[in-house]
Design a protein. Structure first.
Length: 119
């Protein structure tokens, strides 16, 4: 996804396997929600929409990981997703994937790339 870089948080705000950061790509009521998490020292960002029914994943704001801290979990039906790939490995949408958002971490913080339509 190419586009305009959007600063979403400081690097220290994302702890391995800890709470994620929610953000919106664009402005207005129709702007798509996204989230970023850290696992294995890397940052991953996705649209906050389960491929099964389109609900947001987090069961409380920023709570995306399951109890083990190994998988992202959908609050609606318990689907489990690999943080690095977004692939659903268990649940009703097995084999489907979360929609990835390009993320970049620099000394200035964590950025995501907003698509041209979301500028």
């Amino acid at each position: 996804m190419a586009g305009k870089p959007l600063l979403i948080c400081a690097s220290a705000d994302l702890v391995d396997g800890g709470p994620g950061v929610r953000f919106v790509l664009g402005e207005g009521a129709g702007a798509p929600p996204g989230f970023a998490v850290r696992q294995g020292g890397r940052v991953f960002a996705y649209l906050n929409s389960c491929p099964h029914v389109g609900t947001e994943l987090d069961w409380n704001p920023g709570e995306f990981f399951d109890m083990s801290g190994a998988y992202l979990v959908c609050s609606t039906h318990g689907a489990l997703f690999e943080p690095a790939s977004g692939l659903c490995v268990a649940g009703p949408c097995r084999g489907a994937s979360l929609e990835r958002i390009e993320a970049l971490e620099t000394a200035q913080g964590v950025f995501v790339m907003a698509s041209p339509a979301c500028r």
